[in-house]
Design a protein around this ligand. Sequence first.
Ligand code: ATP
Ligand code: MG
Length: 248
Amino acid sequence: MSTVEIKNLHKSFGRLEVLKGIDFTVDSGQVVCVIGPSGSGKSTLLRCVNLLEQPTSGQVFVDGVELTDPDVDIDAARRRIGMVFQQFNLFSHLTVLRNVTIAQERVLKRSRAEAERIARENLAKVGVAEKADAYPAQLSGGQQQRVAIARALAMNPSLMLFDEPTSALDPELVGDVLTVMRRLAEDGMTMLVVTHEMSFAREVADRVVFMDGGVIVEDGPPKQVIGAPQHERTRTFLRRVLDPTHAD
Ligand SMILES: Nc1ncnc2c1ncn2[C@@H]1O[C@H](COP(=O)(O)OP(=O)(O)OP(=O)(O)O)[C@@H](O)[C@H]1O
Ligand SMILES: [Mg+2]
């Protein structure tokens, strides 16, 4: 079954049409990477998947539930979706442990003890167990991002959305976050990842979706989309990201 199914999705901001009819699916256990130039609508697409943005038209299904149905219990539906942003969005006045327990207690109504047990499990999984009592400002960007991933995982999502999770990080911290994401993928998590990390996309993604100007230009296995792109727009984009000094 498809975990995510998007049908003819359109999104406009005022007169600016950002998504111009997007169709795609993410099957259970798949990793799909979305690539494309700045402004092509990648973040907007991701935000429409958990209805942080209300689509202008079209349908979004997650686990077979239509999120775009006006009668849907959107809070219940969103609970199944974890999201990790470029900026980690941790609460700076709360410890790492509390950052990971708070939604478990408030949203899932877990007891403090159970939430802490699950938080520590997930902090260990992402390699920051020893930082449980620290505050976010005492952590590196890479560690903060891994805490943000642990926080999302603690909610037992069936789908994880990542929006350029490594692009705010110093280069030497990128690897640790990608390693965590790679391990998640190996464990069978369904993931939709906007990224500029082409090596990650090539090695981890089941499919790569190239977006440009609010449409999907290419969608296929990484070997095809990155390795042998069919469209000139894809080739131009890839030349630019693979060799940033290349100007066109
Ligand atoms: N809330 C908003 N109100 C108005 N315009 C918006 C809003 N959010 C995004 N846009 C516009 O929609 C277009 C697509 O933005 P989006 O953030 O989805 O692009 P992106 O592909 O994620 O780019 P980047 O790679 O720079 O993150 C841009 O022109 C942007 O200015
Ligand atoms: Mg974006």
